[in-house]
Design a binder for this molecule. Structure first.
Ligand SMILES: Nc1ncnc2c1ncn2[C@@H]1O[C@H](COP(=O)(O)OP(=O)(O)OP(=O)(O)O)[C@@H](O)[C@H]1O
Ligand SMILES: [Mg+2]
Length: 334
């Protein structure tokens, strides 16, 4: 039995039916007609204890809706969902002790109350032992500089400070499953880096399981070993991140430093993208020509000082997967 198990999970929302034609705006106003909007469409996956999984997809794909069903905030329209042996919307309270949740778009904290007071309230709500509470607070102080703004009411915090406070709130009861829906919006690079290392540390030391939703592919690449991609409510990719660069997008970039005095350069099977002083960047398709063939050709034709090959960004790969799925190509994860 997997820690998280989702089978054929769907969520349909009832939305007002839009009328068109004469007096449409007026008729919309008085209409009670509803149609169904499919947000999550038969999603199936399993996550084992200790996995760190990135959940990726374009705006409106169904990521937050999935996370809301996993955390018991929304009741599924159909299908099954089980987290740590519990059905989230039925066992919501019991499950809350086992999971930590962050929705970057919306704070879970009390708006008018200083951060530290919110945390004290959570300590009571979750009945966190004082020793655990103190130890966690100390840890987060080091990690996220909480002390700098812990006495400020949430409504007066900057976006990044608010996110940090929400992270602390989600982790305070030492949960071993984390659902993080865009947890790093507005967080600066230094804090982001610390947060990523911290997740890795939690995972190594306590086998904490993480489902991470973000539009920042470097978050995913640094933290997760596996990626699920959802588009229009359906999973279009589920597989290891390692190896994705090999399997998708055939393009690589060859960066060449020429010796002085080389002006025009041209090679057959690569496209010159950029020329900057002595340096040139060529794009090539590695399914048509290998880097070593190109390097040999270049070195024969021109005096070359240095050559390197650049791997594509993970972002380019995800974009490629969206595009292939949009034209109906089925992709299998590995
Ligand atoms: N309460 C709701 N009522 C009606 N439609 C909704 C509701 N919540 C979400 N939707 C719709 O369901 C779809 C999926 O939304 P969801 O918030 O899950 O997307 P997402 O993948 O999290 O996107 P984003 O990257 O923008 O956060 C969207 O088309 C959205 O408009
Ligand atoms: Mg979302």
């Amino acid at each position: 039995m997997s820690l998280i198990q989702v089978r054929e999970l769907s969520k349909h929302f009832k939305v007002p039916a839009r009328k068109t034609g004469r007096f449409a705006a007026l008729r919309n106003l008085f209409s009670f007609e509803r149609t169904s909007k499919v947000a999550v469409d038969g999603v199936t996956f399993a996550i084992e204890r200790g996995e760190m999984v990135g959940y990726v997809g374009p705006n409106g794909a169904g990521k937050s809706t999935t996370v809301k069903m996993l955390t018991g905030i929304l009741v599924p329209t159909s299908g099954e969902v089980e987290v740590d042996g519990m059905v989230p919307h039925r066992d919501r309270k019991r499950l809350a002790h086992r999971i930590g949740v962050v929705f970057g778009q919306k704070t879970q904290l009390w708006w008018d109350v200083p951060v530290i007071e919110s945390l004290r309230l959570l300590k009571e709500i979750y009945r966190i032992p004082t020793s655990t509470y103190q130890a966690n607070l100390e840890l987060f102080n080091d990690l996220l500089d909480l002390h700098e703004f812990q006495d400020t009411p949430v409504r007066q915090l900057s976006l990044g400070q608010r996110m940090r406070s929400d992270l602390v709130a989600a982790l305070l009861h030492s949960p071993d499953i984390l659902f993080l829906d865009e947890p790093t919006i507005g967080v600066d690079v230094v804090a982001k880096d610390r947060f990523r290392s911290f997740l890795q540390q939690l995972n190594e030391e306590r086998q904490v399981t993480v489902l991470l939703t973000t539009h920042d592919m470097s978050d995913i690449e640094k933290v997760c070993e596996r990626m699920m991609i959802i588009d229009q409510g359906r999973i279009i990719y589920d597989g290891a991140i390692a190896g994705m660069k090999k399997r998708f997008t055939p393009y690589r970039v060859l960066v060449v430093d020429f010796a002085d005095g080389v002006s025009d350069v041209e090679i057959d099977r690569a496209e010159l993208m950029e020329r900057n002083g002595r340096q040139a960047r060529f794009r090539f398709n590695r399914w048509q020509v290998s880097a070593s063939e190109l390097i040999t050709e270049l070195a024969q034709k021109y005096p070359v000082r240095d050559i390197s090959v650049e791997e594509p960004e993970i972002e380019a790969i995800v974009r490629e997967i969206y595009e292939r799925s949009a034209i109906g190509e089925r992709l299998e994860g590995q």
